[in-house]
Write a protein that binds this ligand. Structure first.
Ligand code: NAD
Ligand code: DAU
Length: 355
């Protein structure tokens, strides 16, 4: 079996669902169930003996030690993190605790477990750390995309905490020989994403006729990848990646935020027309994110060349699926958009004039 951490979050739950559907190898899923963790994402696995869920913290060393000893996974895939940049600006502490200290504790327990394995299992063991393109900082309009050798220049507490964990992973390979792999991916979108992030936030606000808050001038650029494609990339790296290496993952799909939001509006005009008028009437420019990175772009040629991975979805197919998913999954949306979420909207958007 494999140990997945953070497997009740957005990408982790997609990864677990796709893994069990396509490969069937059992998964031990360790997740703290913070505001971002949601067992409803995994509801279709209820009663499935291939999925063992444990609520707990990656920083709880006694728990991690026991889980590794009892279940003897052949690999660890570490998704667990605090993941939202705006939250890291309001309160960085949790980001340091989980992304830095938690990752360190997980690495320490992984090292002890791996060192005690018989030789054959030790050779096959992998620790895959899921990271982000944000560790590379911000690009100018004409700069070449990030490669695996672009120097780290994180700009937010979130990206700094992810950069710190990437460095620890690198050091555990270099110093102890732990068989690590690191992936640095661009912006994901798709089913089960918590609606604090751009695309689901815009879908939910638009269907409720609420303002669509565009930070700054709306011309910040991100590279967008459908979550299922991120999951196939991680699987390729886990199966065939070279130990100690990092792999950039991206969709070759750079777009300014305003274009993303207008695309969502156009799709909603088609799928859920509003008698009050086109959804784009709700576009509202608001105060910018402090330290807002201008542009991210990923050069994904290494993973394509070495592992033969390519995204299966185009942005057009992926965004259509995503908008439909949020329209079709009313119960999931209603449960997620409860107390804690409303509190976050107040905290983040009131001062920006968009509540
Ligand atoms: P998410 O916020 O949706 O989910 C994070 C999950 O981790 C939640 O289920 C949460 O309960 C769990 N968690 C948090 N702290 C924990 C702890 N201390 N112990 C155990 N579990 C804990 O995040 P996501 O968007 O699914 O991102 C997953 C990973 O992928 C993160 O490491 C993130 O940095 C990385 N990543 C995300 C994106 C993106 O666009 N969302 C892109 C590239 C990389
Ligand atoms: O690049 C990968 C990263 O992508 C991941 O590591 C992070 O976990 C993930 O959250 C994401 O970070 P971003 O900050 O790029 O994503 P977010 O959805 O928060 O914002 C996307 C862009 O949209 C960004 O330029 C800010 C802008 N934005 C966001 C929100 C929430 C708005 O204009 N309005 C908004 O209300």
């Amino acid at each position: 079996m494999i140990l997945v951490t953070g497997g009740a979050g957005f990408i982790g739950s997609n990864f677990v669902l796709d893994w069990l559907r396509d490969l069937g190898e059992p998964v031990l899923n360790l997740d703290k169930l913070t505001y971002a963790g949601n067992l409803e994402n995994l509801a279709s696995l209820k009663g499935d003996p291939r999925h063992i869920f444990v609520q707990g913290d990656i920083g709880d060393r006694a728990l991690v030690e026991r889980l590794l000893r009892e279940h003897r996974p052949r690999a660890i895939v570490n998704f667990a993190a605090e993941s939202h940049v705006d939250r890291s600006i309001h309160g960085p502490e949790d980001f340091i605790q989980t992304n830095v200290v938690g990752s360190f504790h997980l690495l320490e327990e992984a090292r002890g477990y791996w060192q005690g394995l018989p030789e054959r299992e030790r050779l096959d063991f992998r620790f895959l750390h899921v990271s982000t393109d944000e560790v590379y900082g911000s690009l100018g309009p004409g700069d070449p995309p990030f490669t695996e050798t672009t120097p780290y220049a994180p700009n937010s507490p979130y990206s700094a905490s992810k950069a710190a964990s990437d460095h620890l992973v690198r050091a555990y390979h270099h110093t102890y020989g732990l068989p690590t792999l690191t992936t640095n991916c661009s912006n994901n979108y798709g089913p089960y994403q918590f609606p604090e992030k751009l695309i689901p936030l815009m879908i939910l606000n638009a269907v409720q006729g609420k303002p669509l808050p565009i930070y700054g001038d709306g011309l910040n650029v991100r590279d967008w990848l459908y979550v299922g494609d991120h999951c196939t990339a991680i699987r390729a790296v886990l199966a065939r990646g070279r130990v100690g290496q990092t792999y950039n993952i991206g969709g070759w799909n750079e777009k300014p935020n305003i274009e993303i939001v207008k695309t969502v509006c156009d799709l909603l005009d088609e799928l859920r027309p509003d008698p009050a008028g086109p959804h784009a009437r709700l576009l509202t420019y608001v105060q910018d994110r402090p330290g807002h990175d201008r542009r991210y772009a990923i050069d994904a040629r290494k993973i394509e060349r070495e592992l033969g991975w390519r995204p299966a979805e185009t942005f057009d197919t992926g965004i259509r699926k995503t908008v439909r998913w949020y329209l079709d999954n009313v119960a999931w949306v209603e449960h997620v958009a409860s107390g804690e979420y409303r509190h976050w909207l107040e905290q983040n958007y009131k001062a920006r004039g968009a509540v």
